[in-house]
Design a protein around this ligand. Structure first.
Ligand SMILES: [Zn+2]
Length: 325
């Protein structure tokens, strides 16, 4: 009996509490502008295309937890960035994070040479992972800039931001883009057309329309930038070394061909001055490097430009490797 009364009493109290003050309380706590938050675009916009080469690479590292931890800390990945893009499903290469992981694993493990950490002239593939990790942290913005794959610049921080089309690139293509962006950050290397709107090399222009470097050996532009190879040359060199020095179990003839075609495309279109070498490709077979010599090949820096004011340089002084001062 006691418990029944108590039950009725508590029920009556609950009805009383629920019934009386609800309207007033809600009115007091409504936000001043109760506009609903805009719905974010669906994550399918990022990594919405088919996974290219991921089905080959993902099993090679088996979504190893130690590797995930290493990538997470080395590239300073942030849970907030990836919350909607694979954080809770990192082994799924149909999500952006899984695709990034496959490309970082290629950089870490695909070399026939043992991994190294400092940049050097030989086999970028061996030092790409550690070198890039030492210079960049990776963030993503799947809803920005559909025309570019990524952005990295040494201005305020060492962020490399990945955009939607990055994730629809191939595994080896994505890895080469990371090397490209890391060179922007590490060397302060901008593209020639970012810093000099009238830059015209012997090749006559930037065939891909933007983000071209002056010359293969001299493509680093910007205030306080390094000298030497720029972002496009680093990307090309990574692809070259992938073709030449990747472990047989970390590549296939098709993937090597893909990398060689990608390198040739950059050599063809991403330099004002044609570097004048290409992979020799016959049918589906990649040969060595060939050097077709044409009138538009990269030429050594010209001399005799000293003493002219900036707006009166002779035309032959405006070219790759020529300081315009
Ligand atoms: Zn770039």
């Amino acid at each position: 009996m006691t418990s029944l009364i108590a039950k009725h009493l508590s029920l009556g109290l609950a009805v009383f509490l629920l019934g009386l003050p609800v309207t007033t309380t809600r009115a007091q706590w409504l936000p001043p502008n109760p506009e609903p938050e805009p719905e974010p675009p669906p994550p399918e916009l990022c990594a919405g295309g088919p996974a290219i080469q991921d089905p080959f690479y993902a099993p090679l590292w088996s979504c190893d937890q130690g590797q995930i931890d290493d990538m997470w800390s080395q590239f300073e990945l942030d849970a907030d960035d990836w919350a909607s893009f694979g954080f809770s499903d990192p082994c799924n290469y149909n999500m952006p994070l899984g695709r990034l992981f496959d490309s970082l694993q290629l950089m870490a493990h695909a070399s026939v040479d043992p991994p190294a950490c400092s940049g050097g002239p030989d086999n970028i593939l061996a030092w790409s992972y550690c070198w890039a990790a030492g210079h960049i942290q990776i963030t993503t913005n799947c809803f920005a800039d559909p025309d570019r794959e990524a952005e990295g610049a040494r201005i305020l921080d060492d962020d490399v931001e990945l955009f939607a089309s990055f994730f629809d690139d191939s595994v080896v293509g994505r890895a080469s883009v990371i090397m490209h962006e890391a060179r922007h950050v590490e060397g302060g290397c901008g593209h020639s057309d970012d810093f000099d709107s009238i830059f015209v090399g012997p090749g006559g222009g930037c065939l891909r329309g933007a983000s071209c470097d002056g010359a293969y050996h001299d493509g680093c532009s910007g205030f306080f930038s390094s000298s030497g190879k720029g972002a496009n040359a680093y990307q090309v060199d990574f692809l070259i070394d992938f073709v030449a020095h990747s472990r047989p179990d970390w590549t296939t003839p098709d993937i090597r061909l893909h990398a060689a075609l990608l390198a040739n495309s950059l050599l063809e279109t991403a330099f004002y001055s044609d570097p004048c070498f290409r992979f020799e490709i016959s049918g589906n077979t990649v040969g060595g490097i060939v050097r077709p010599l044409t009138s538009q090949c990269e030429i050594p820096p010209l001399t005799g430009c000293e003493g002219f004011p900036p707006d009166m340089l002779p035309p032959n002084c405006i070219g790759p490797g020529i300081p315009r001062q």
